[in-house]
Design a protein around this ligand. Structure first.
Ligand SMILES: [Zn+2]
Length: 353
C-alpha cells in the first residue's frame, strides 16, 4: 500500500513538473514611453479600439512582461481594472459566451454567439457604432468566423454553425476584415465580401500561422486597418483579437504563449503610436477568459526568462485584466462584469444602445 502511495505521489509530481516550462525570449521589443501615453480624457471618443487577447489572463501578460525585460505597452496603460468572466451557464466561460458578453453586453450560455440565454439575437457594439455612422472593422489571427469575432456580427445558438456565421459576416457591412478563415467562404461569398469591404485580407484557409512563423503580420495589419478607418468622418470602431494566445495556452506551450502575447503587445504599441495624433480615441485592452491556468513560478526580467506552469488544458475561472487609455478611459478602473464593458464603451463614445 505504501509503495502504491509513493508511486502515485511520484507520478503526480512528474506530471506537475512536465507542465512546468522555462522560456527565454531572445529579443525584447521597444515599448511606447508611459509619459507619452494618451491621458484618460473625458471627451466623447470619436474612435474606439477594442483589443481582446483571447485567453490572456494577468499571468500571460506578466510572463510576457518578464520575457520583454520588464516592459510592455499593455502594462503602461494608465487605467487598469478586472473583468469577471463567468457566463450565464458556467463559472468557466468559453469564447462564444465570453465574446458575446464583451461584444453585446449580455451574458449568455456557453456555445452561443450574439444571442441571449433564450436564443434571442442581441445587437453588438459594432452594429450600434454603425448606426451612428461610424466605420467598423475586425482584425484577428484565427478565422474571422471564430467565436470571438463572430460575437460582433453573428447570431447563432451553436458556435460551430460556421456557414451561418460566414454569411452573417458577408452582410455585416464591415469596412475592414482581416484574419484567417478563407475556406469558410464560397467564391461567391468572397466576391460579395470584397465588394462590401474597403480592406479585406483573408490570409489563411484556417487559422493564421503561429506568432513564431507569422512575423509582424498582426501589428502591420492593425496599422493598415487604422489607415483605412481614420478616413471616416464619423470615426470608427475596430476590434483586434490576439486570437492565438488561447491556442498556445490550451496546449501548454509557454514559449508560443509568450510570443503570441508579445505580438499582441506590439499591436497595442502600433495603436498607441497612432493615438498620439488621434487623442479623441478610446483604447480598451482585455481578454474573454484566462486559458491554461497559467501561474508564474520564476523568471528573470534582466535575462528575459520566465518559468511557468499550466494547471489545465482548458480555460480557468479567474477574472481577467482590463487596461484602458484615451477618451473616456477612466470608467474602466475597478472590478466589473464582462457584460458591463459594452455599456461603458458606448457611454465613452456617446453612442446610445
Ligand atoms: Zn476565448
Amino acid at each position: 500500500m505504501k509503495n502504491i502511495v509513493l508511486i502515485v505521489a511520484l507520478l503526480a509530481s512528474c506530471l506537475a513538473s512536465c507542465s512546468s516550462h522555462t522560456y527565454t525570449h531572445a529579443r525584447a521589443h521597444e515599448v511606447e514611453s508611459p509619459s507619452a501615453m494618451p491621458a484618460a480624457t473625458k471627451h466623447p471618443a470619436r474612435n474606439v479600439i477594442l483589443m481582446i487577447g483571447d485567453g490572456m489572463g494577468a499571468e500571460h501578460v506578466w510572463a510576457a512582461w518578464l520575457c520583454n525585460q520588464g516592459k510592455l505597452n499593455i502594462t503602461s496603460l494608465p487605467v487598469t481594472g478586472f473583468s469577471i468572466t463567468t457566463s450565464a451557464s458556467h463559472t468557466i466561460t468559453d469564447s462564444a459566451a465570453g465574446g458575446t458578453a464583451i461584444a453585446c453586453g449580455c451574458k449568455t450560455r456557453n456555445g452561443q454567439v450574439g444571442v441571449d440565454t433564450h436564443g434571442v439575437p442581441v445587437d453588438s457594439l459594432a452594429v450600434q457604432m454603425q448606426r451612428v455612422g461610424k466605420a467598423t472593422g475586425i482584425v484577428v489571427t484565427k478565422s474571422v468566423t471564430d467565436a470571438t469575432p463572430a460575437a460582433f456580427y453573428a447570431h447563432v445558438k451553436r458556435r460551430k454553425d460556421t456557414p451561418a456565421i460566414a454569411e452573417a459576416l458577408v452582410g455585416a457591412g464591415f469596412d475592414v476584415v482581416a484574419g484567417g478563415g478563407a475556406a469558410d467562404f464560397s467564391t461567391e461569398q468572397k466576391e460579395r465580401l470584397q465588394k462590401n469591404c474597403r480592406l479585406l485580407e483573408l490570409v489563411a484557409d484556417g487559422e493564421c500561422p503561429p506568432a513564431s512563423q507569422r512575423g509582424t503580420w498582426l501589428p502591420q495589419m492593425v496599422a493598415k486597418a487604422l489607415c483605412v478607418l481614420e478616413q471616416d468622418e464619423q470615426g470608427f470602431f475596430l476590434m483586434v483579437e490576439g486570437s492565438k494566445i488561447d491556442v498556445s495556452a490550451h496546449v501548454k506551450d509557454l514559449p508560443e504563449t509568450v510570443r503570441e502575447t508579445l505580438d499582441f503587445d506590439q499591436a497595442v504599441g502600433v495603436v498607441l503610436q497612432w493615438m498620439r495624433k488621434h487623442p479623441d480615441t478610446l483604447l480598451v485592452v482585455t481578454a474573454d477568459h484566462q486559458t491554461g491556468g497559467l501561474s508564474i513560478l520564476g523568471g528573470d526580467k534582466e535575462k528575459g526568462t520566465v518559468k511557468g506552469h499550466f494547471s489545465t488544458f482548458d480555460h480557468s475561472g479567474v477574472a481577467v485584466p482590463v487596461y484602458a487609455c484615451g477618451a473616456g478611459a477612466g470608467v474602466f478602473a475597478g472590478v466589473q462584469e464582462n457584460a458591463g464593458l459594452a455599456a461603458k464603451i458606448r457611454a465613452a463614445a456617446a453612442v446610445r444602445p
